[in-house]
Design a protein around this ligand. Structure first.
Ligand SMILES: *[C@@H]1O[C@H](CO)[C@@H](O)[C@H](O)[C@H]1NC(C)=O
Ligand SMILES: *[C@@H]1O[C@H](CO)[C@@H](O)[C@H](O)[C@H]1NC(C)=O
Ligand SMILES: *[C@@H]1O[C@H](CO)[C@@H](O)[C@H](O)[C@H]1NC(C)=O
Ligand SMILES: *[C@@H]1O[C@H](CO)[C@@H](O)[C@H](O)[C@H]1NC(C)=O
Ligand SMILES: *[C@@H]1O[C@H](CO)[C@@H](O)[C@H](O)[C@H]1NC(C)=O
Ligand SMILES: *[C@@H]1O[C@H](CO)[C@@H](O)[C@H](O)[C@H]1NC(C)=O
Length: 482
């Protein structure tokens, strides 16, 4: 793996305290007056910062993983302890829900399944280690919107058909120990099974994933699929630059999603929006829509800040992207599609994007000609319409824009306003390479291609109304460890 020079991994300095603040709290609750004073002297500082967390829903019941026989030595498998804990806590689903606390320690585990009305909480000194033993990961059939052959290892943390699920912590860490998986199942090989994601939730709603450090996922990190009402907040996501397909956050056929205040430096795109592949995605017909992405910091030297597609056959609509800062990337927003995809990418809004060192600022490709099999319909053309960018500053750029529409399928309604691009010392001679596209620009340097003529005074649209997920407010929760 290439060595990183740009950031220090925040987890490297992490220490595991032998006296957990949870133990402190338990002691405090169980002890009376005299000893309480002693306890306070030892534990107050930690107490005030522990087991208080913002969430979509607080829980009435709680338990600590060690109550179910878990061993935090980094070597013992705790898959059974997680299963026992979650099976037990699932009984509270209809009575106020439950919280499972992962205390300080190194907790090795294989794949486990979440339940509804449930919170998984990682203490700041908890390190959850993903097992590298394949037998700890059951296999699932392919996703119906992606095709018929490739099975999938269940993600490390998995849930399906759930409602009201929270995965959070005080910046506790999940390490997927992906290196073994990356070597065993490299991309491009002949595979009949895909590597496990770190967190995947299917057919679920009311999801919160927040305040965690996620490192070295075997595959994509966070994959909500066929789900809705999703809040993703305060994640730090890190994987080596050349780790294969370690996308940061991957909303897939999801509705009403809010991603904010994340720092992402993965081996692939920071955010990857999808909705199914060719004939399978068209048949399944479930778009990714109502997505807001804001206050994201991204480093992605060989990939994009945000990719829409190429698997977009169920459609991608109403994506609002704002206040993005990125360093070192191949492209800013990238839209990828091809003949055979069908579907649409429309009503995309971007504003306040700051980029430093990139190959392309704007990149739309209509020729991303990979297909799941030969059964795709060559008449299924994607509709690309209403792509709005404004207030963009980019420095050290090789190519301002590469826009490749499809012959007889012009990509329309492209709007670009108030954009300053400063070129690198080795820029391409052709800065705007455009074909089969139509739209307007205003106040953009360097001068755009003739297919995007200047229309003075245009300010590209960004919706001022709010998506339903933007109205969701978090409650101040605190745990009552019994
Ligand atoms: C989790 O649920 C899925 C789907 O029901 C199932 O296939 C898988 O075996 C479960 N995983 C575990 C570890 O029990
Ligand atoms: C989960 O929900 C999907 C879509 O509603 C349904 O097709 C599937 O049968 C459900 N699975 C389970 C295990 O309930
Ligand atoms: C978690 O980490 C982020 C990023 O480093 C930081 O901004 C935030 O304050 C931390 N939160 C907690 C609860 O420590
Ligand atoms: C820009 O082009 C130069 C010369 O080809 C190359 O060395 C550099 O890596 C490119 N920069 C990016 C960000 O792709
Ligand atoms: C671009 O540069 C011009 C002239 O220097 C400036 O007026 C404008 O505010 C800049 N736009 C952005 C988005 O920074
Ligand atoms: C412009 O784009 C077309 C289509 O992708 C490509 O074939 C051509 O080489 C590009 N031209 C330059 C000068 O980069």
């Amino acid at each position: 793996m290439k060595k990183r020079v740009d950031v220090d991994y925040p987890y490297s300095s992490q220490t595991i305290n032998s006296l957990s603040d949870l133990q402190c709290k338990t002691v405090l609750i169980q002890t009376i007056s005299a000893i309480l004073i002693l306890g306070v002297a030892e534990c107050t500082v930690k107490l005030s910062s522990t087991l208080q967390y913002p969430a979509i829903n607080c829980r009435k019941h709680s338990a600590v993983l060690t109550e179910f026989g878990a061993v935090g030595d980094g070597k013992t498998s705790n898959t059974k302890a997680f299963k026992a804990a979650i099976d037990s806590l699932s009984k509270h689903a209809s009575d106020g829900g439950a919280l499972l606390i992962v205390p300080p320690g190194k907790w090795l585990t294989g794949s486990f399944n979440l339940t509804s009305h449930f919170t998984l909480f990682l203490h700041k000194d908890a390190l959850l280690l993903g097992s590298t033993d394949e037998s700890e990961f059951p296999q699932l059939p392919p996703l119906p919107s992606y095709g018929t052959t490739i099975r999938r290892f269940t993600s490390l943390i998995f849930g399906t058909n759930l409602t009201d699920v929270v995965i959070t912590g005080n910046n506790g860490t999940i390490d997927g120990q992906g290196a073994t998986w990356w070597t065993k199942y490299p991309s491009g090989g002949l595979l009949n099974v895909t590597r496990p994601c770190m967190i995947e939730l299917m057919y679920s709603n009311q999801i919160q994933i927040s305040n965690l450090i996620l490192i070295n996922s075997p595959y994509s990190f966070v994959h909500p699929v066929y789900s809705s009402d999703i809040l993703i907040q305060g994640l730090t996501i890190l994987a080596p630059i050349d780790s294969p397909n370690t996308h940061g956050i991957q909303p897939d056929s999801c509705t009403n999603t809010r991603i904010e205040d994340c720092f992402i430096e993965p081996g692939d795109d920071c955010i990857f929006v999808k909705s199914g592949y060719d004939q399978y995605g068209i048949r399944f017909g479930m778009p990714s829509k109502q997505l807001v992405i804001r206050r994201l910091t991204c480093i992605s030297p060989d990939n994009a800040i945000i990719s829409l597609g190429s698997e977009m056959s169920g459609g991608i609509q109403d994506v609002r992207i704002e206040d993005i800062t990125a360093f070192n990337m191949e492209a800013g927003l990238r839209i990828k599609t091809a003949i055979g995809r069908g579907g649409f990418v429309k009503d995309i809004y971007v504003r306040r994007l700051t980029m430093k060192t990139t190959k392309y600022v704007f990149w739309i490709s209509g020729d991303y000609n990979k297909h799941p099999d030969n059964g795709f319909d060559p008449k299924a053309l994607p509709e690309i319409h209403g792509i709005n960018y404004r207030d963009v500053v980019a420095e050290n750029v090789n190519v301002s824009a590469k826009f490749d529409g499809i012959t007889n399928d012009v990509f329309t309604g492209i709007c670009i306003s108030n954009v300053n691009i400063t070129l690198s010392q080795t820029p391409k001679a052709l800065q705007w390479n455009c074909s089969n596209i139509a739209g307007v620009t205003s106040n953009v340097t360097p001068k755009p291609c003739n297919l995007l003529p200047e229309q003075k005074g245009v300010v590209c649209h960004f919706p001022e109304d709010k998506l339903p997920i933007e109205h969701v407010q978090l409650k101040a929760c605190s745990a009552t460890t019994a």
